[in-house]
Design a protein. Sequence first.
Lengths: 289, 441
Amino acid sequence: MRKAERSIYWFLLPSILLLLIFTFYPTIYEIATSFFKIDYIKNITKFVGTSNYVQGISDPLFIVAVKNTFYFVILAVFFETLLGLILALFFNSLESRYAKFLRSIILIPMLLPPITVALTWKMMYDYNYGVINFLIELFGGKAIEWLNSPKLALLSIILTDIWQWTPFAFLVIFAYLHSLPQDIYESADVDGANYFQKLKYITLPLLKPTIFLTALLRTIDTFRVFDKVYVMTGGGPGNSTETISFYIYRNAFRYFQIGYSSSVAIIMVVIVLLFSTPYIRNLMRSTSQ
Amino acid sequence: MFNRKSVLTLLLLSLFIFSVLFSGCSTPTQSSSQTQADNTPQTSTNAEKTTSQITLHIAARAGNISDALAEMGKKYKEETNVDVQVVGMPYNELKEAIVLDVKNKGGAYDLVTLDDPWMPEFGEGKLLTNLDNYFPNGLDSDFVEKSVALGKYPYGTGSLYAFPMVGNVQLFYYRKDLLDKYNLTPPKTWDDVLKIAKLITEKEAPNVYGYVIRGQRGNPIVSDFLPVFWAYGGKVLDENNKPYVNSEAGIKAMETYLKLKKYSPKGVETFDTDQIANALTQGQVAMTIAWPAWVSKVDNPQSSKVVGKIDFSVVPGQVKDSAAMIGNWLLGIPSTSNNKEEAVKFLKWVTSKEVQKEMALKFGVPPTRKSLYNDKELVEKYRYYPSQLDALEHSVARPRTPYWSQIEDVWGLYLSQIVSGQIGIKEGLDKANSEIEKILK
């Protein structure tokens, strides 16, 4: 028995090595870099202690990026989870073959390449030539400045994100929902419960861990949103759609301030960790019940 | 003491330390460039052609510049058997790709197009090959002096690092037919422009607007706003490298610029090159500042609805005489190229009189040679060439500082915020100025 146990470590060795080299090492390197002021083009490296972090937290542009990111995450995750839940409940009550076909179609948005999604929506949102404004005007409405207005641009990108990732929430919740044991419902029917009572007292409590898991996964993913911002608005108009990732990208690859952008990346990691901790704790608590 | 848990921990810890040491010792090098792989020796009977297959990779600004280079590249291959591959990229991506390639010693590019404001940064970072040894007598006198000066580091007096390839200088474009319709004379000052724009917008909107600004954050809006700023006497940096974008001149210029926005079509907050060229050639606007390279199509009946109706002049002045902004695209050789000799040959060939003429005729790429601006065939196609040469010879370059990218980006951010109404003029310009001060510290 002991021999078999020891060989487990040998099997784990390649993955551990890869993990250390490609995850652990770059992270440590980045933390180290964040304490230097580095200009990549001019080859200047200067130790500056924590001044990068101080600069980051006090930069009003970074604060705006944080605000935009939080706005994005909260709205996107809330609606993706909610719509995913509603869709899952809806499809759970359908049994026809048509329903199964429809289910596969619903999954398509999240299977598409993110850049394709971003580019296509950008064209649809175009003020003068986009199909959305075309349809609005066709029905007698007034064209909307989807990506040009500082107030609407972020919401437009959030809408695209919701369109793309609600299927994911749907998939996760539906899979769990479908596998729930039917006998609880049968006994509820015997007791004379209606749909909403069953929903409130049976379905939702059972689904709580899955809903939280979905929300957690989407939160961590949405926090890093970059491709849609990059393609659809480039952070504009002004910096109304600039997210933390875009801010880091700008400082790293437009100004080539490697040290500073590393420090902002670390700040972002800390924020994500703080933000996800209550989720994870909740998740742990729910699953252990 | 030596239970399984502590052995595992020890194992993991030593693995970690090992991998840190391992990767910390080597310098990151990317795989050797494709050009190496393409060097297959062949015997050749033709004495003029090169004996092995060499490929030159060019990183170029996507659009008519990359198209022109690709087309000329095919011709070069026919003449010399050297293959030319052009990679076209948008503005920001281009700079990023070049910097990363050179800094990581990738050697992916043998020639790169660069916007002239990048020259100080590239020069300080030693990203380009010094061309003095290849051209000991400098460039021939046919080249426009102000364009040649841009390719030298330090500006004007230093070594040659790049050839000027695209002779862009801002011009002011206006619809002569509309001005004639309302008995207006071409504007000389920005006050004139506002008067004309107001009139035309009132009478012709929404079919035609008086003006169109290029409001997208960053390089677009700064390039569009600078001439107005300069016309009001504004100065970005003084001799001591102190910024003054929030001066009285700056405020007045921005007030005018916001009025110009009022007379522009909707959506200008995100307008860039394509939208401006479109607005002009589709007859939607009466006046704008533009780079001739993009609007070469105004007289092309296949893409323009306003053939023959557009006229051009120098950019209007205000308190100061107009100062045309020069903005040449230069062609240089990265210091990490593996085919420098061949690249130099291509460089010489592509900036020769014949090739520049062909690029101008077929793609609207303005040349950097004086003789071509008075060439009969070219002037017949591009009426504005003589004016353009005049503008080039009296042009002003943007401030030569290695921090220009950051300054432009920050200034461009606040300018676009002011234009989209997110922040007031004084507050926006003050913030921009303090951010620029921080950059230059």
